[in-house]
Write a protein that binds this ligand. Structure first.
Ligand code: NAP
Length: 257
């Protein structure tokens, strides 16, 4: 796991999606490591899809980290968003002379390039085809994913717990790793980043439900869709070269308010 450090020369680092689940931790880590940080989101006047505000926001920036996201299960919507958003970000970064673009992707997307993950594969391809220096980090599911699924995977009043083996990591640790990568030299494809131990996703969702005082039954289900089928087959698990974080899902749950 990377450790935070105080750089000898502070950089200006922009974080696209810097108010999101992982983006806000990335912004905190960039600042904690002694750099100046710019937050690129629609709420801060920058629209990656239309390009509004991008050129001005990247003026004088040394490195940019892309943690932008779209919430969809549709392969078409995901692909349209990531191609446009990351394509515009790269074009503006090249125009502004930004020296390094770091993209956050997900472990195993190429083994299950369907549904939402189709967009992540397209996004990686946009970065790989770009002329400028880049690093792509693939991370496993965040611990926060349990709460997102608890809210989104529903059948009427029933919350569903999707079956799949995963090795989740704290979004805070992903943010720290992204900040460290952005301040370093472009590295192409970085080693994958994963949490310290394998978990069952359905078990994580039920533990999250109990921790947040949900009393109802949360049944395990096999969700439809090729992406979820791939996850059930273990395609989201990291390989033996992965860098491992330290915070377990149980530790993360203990810290929840
Ligand atoms: N969830 C996981 O377990 C997981 C695991 C590994 C990697 N990842 C990857 O991590 C990345 C971030 O995911 P997340 O769950 O942290 O995201 P999120 O919470 O959904 O946040 C998305 C961010 O993107 C910004 N955004 C959305 N549309 C935008 C636009 N058109 N222009 C500018 N900014 C825009 C949002 O701000 P505004 O709404 O203000 O624009 C927000 O800051 C994604 O690429 C995802 O694939 C996720």
């Amino acid at each position: 796991m990377s450790s935070s450090h105080t750089p000898s020369h502070p950089l200006v680092i922009a974080v696209a999606g810097g108010t999101g689940v992982v983006g806000r931790h990335t912004v905190d880590a960039v600042r904690a490591q002694g750099h100046e940080c710019r937050v690129l989101t629609r709420g801060r006047g920058v629209d990656l899809v239309s390009g509004r505000g991008l050129d001005a926001a990247l003026d004088g920036v040394d490195a940019v980290i892309d943690t932008s996201n779209v919430t969809t299960l549709s392969a078409g919507r995901s692909t349209d968003f990531f191609r446009a958003a990351t394509g515009n970000l790269i074009a503006a970064a090249e125009h502004a002379g930004v020296g390094h673009l770091v993209l956050l992707s997900i472990v195993g997307v190429d083994r299950m390039p369907y549904d939402y993950y189709a967009g992540k594969v397209a996004q990686e391809a946009v970065v790989e085809a770009s002329a400028g220096p880049w690093t792509i980090l693939r991370a496993t599911q965040f611990h926060e994913f349990a709460g997102q699924l608890f809210s989104r995977a529903r059948l009427g009043p029933l919350h569903l717990a999707p079956r799949a083996p995963v090795q989740p990591i704290a979004a805070r640790e992903v943010g720290e790793h992204l900040a460290t990568l952005a301040a370093g030299a472009p590295g192409g494809r970085a080693d994958d980043l994963a949490g310290p131990r394998e978990e069952r996703l359905d078990d994580m969702v039920r533990r999250y439900a109990r921790r947040t005082r949900h009393r109802g039954w949360v049944p395990s289900v096999s969700l439809p869709g090729k992406q979820m089928k791939g996850m059930r087959a273990g395609y989201a698990l990291p390989d033996e070269h992965a860098v491992l974080g330290t915070q377990t899902f149980a530790d993360w749950l203990d810290e929840l308010d």
